[in-house]
Design a protein around this ligand. Structure first.
Ligand SMILES: [Zn+2]
Length: 300
């Protein structure tokens, strides 16, 4: 106790078990920061340190010093920091808390999406992310644009050849799955056991399980609404004259799509995506990238 008093001058002490359970944002920030040192690593970049400093009760470097004094963080000769083994149980408990919170919020968002209430779903996502010290959960996508929920909404109203040949039930199931991933800005595979039997039977292919087929179909659906948005934004503004067709160039890229990769087009002439003739088992993964004009380009 006298050891702690020396550090805190007799003030309130820091208790790791309290931090794990706390709902006070500044306390949460402390345990969250510790979790970032589960594996040995250097201190964060200066810009990130500043963001942490705003979330923590005291500046980032002070906090690191304090954690080190408390024996919560250990340093290696290479200047790396890592959570001490004595603090591992608390960090693990915090990790489990985060898993529980994720398991609580995801069905709430899904329920909102089932009602097609995409802006309510986005509000739930934002509230969830705001609980994290830097406003990032670590598994969700980048900070969404204002228009994000209306884009997610478009997935429900997709009437496109990419869904051709699928029953309405399967289309609806895929739309909900794609909308959920789009809303979170994250992707995941659904275990076969969680796919309704009829949907599973319809999606299973000789070369692909239903879960895998659903994943790539949902990717294509999300990409379609995002590409539409990019194209409309470029067409409506006068800052972008050209669009590049970009996408992965790997063993799954088909001969229809490959020649387009890296090519630039005037906005009004850019080929429609997805490519009708795409034969990739993963569907067309091509996307529109607005070309940012360089001064040299303009001169040329
Ligand atoms: Zn393609």
């Amino acid at each position: 106790m006298s050891f702690l008093k020396k550090i805190f001058g007799g003030g309130p002490t820091l208790d790791a078990d309290t931090l794990v359970q706390s709902t006070d944002p500044k306390q949460v920030a402390q345990i969250d920061l510790l979790m970032h040192f589960s594996e040995p690593r250097q201190l964060h970049d200066l810009g990130v340190q500043q963001r942490w400093s705003r979330a923590l009760p005291q500046p980032y470097t002070e906090t690191i010093k304090l954690f080190t004094k408390l024996g919560w963080l250990e340093t290696s000769p290479q200047g790396q920091y890592q959570v001490a083994s004595s603090l591992r149980p608390q960090v693990q408990a915090y990790r489990e808390r985060l898993e529980r919170e994720k398991a609580e919020i995801m069905p709430q968002v899904r329920a909102a999406l089932e009602r097609k209430e995409t802006s309510e779903a986005l509000t739930l996502r934002r509230e969830y992310e705001a609980r994290f010290p830097l406003g990032e959960s670590g598994w969700t996508g980048p900070d969404p644009q204002l228009s994000h929920s209306s884009l997610t909404r478009r997935i429900f109203f997709l009437d496109h050849w990419i869904l051709e040949g699928l029953s309405k039930a399967t289309q609806d199931w895929l739309k909900l799955y794609a909308a959920e991933q789009h809303l979170w800005g994250a992707t995941w595979h659904v275990p076969e056991s969680e796919i309704p039997e009829a949907v599973r039977a319809e999606l299973t292919r000789p070369d692909m399980s239903a879960g895998e087929a659903a994943y790539w179909k949902a990717q294509e659906m999300m990409l379609y609404v995002d590409n539409q948005e990019t194209w409309q934004r470029c067409k409506g503004g006068d800052h972008v004259r050209r669009i590049e067709i970009a996408g992965p160039d790997d063993e799954y890229t088909c001969e229809t799509c490959r020649p387009f990769l890296g090519k630039e087009y005037l906005v009004v002439r850019v080929p429609e995506l997805p490519h009708r003739g795409c034969t990739s088992p993963r569907g067309c993964r091509c996307r529109y990238e607005p070309v940012i004009e360089m001064i040299e380009d303009v001169e040329a």
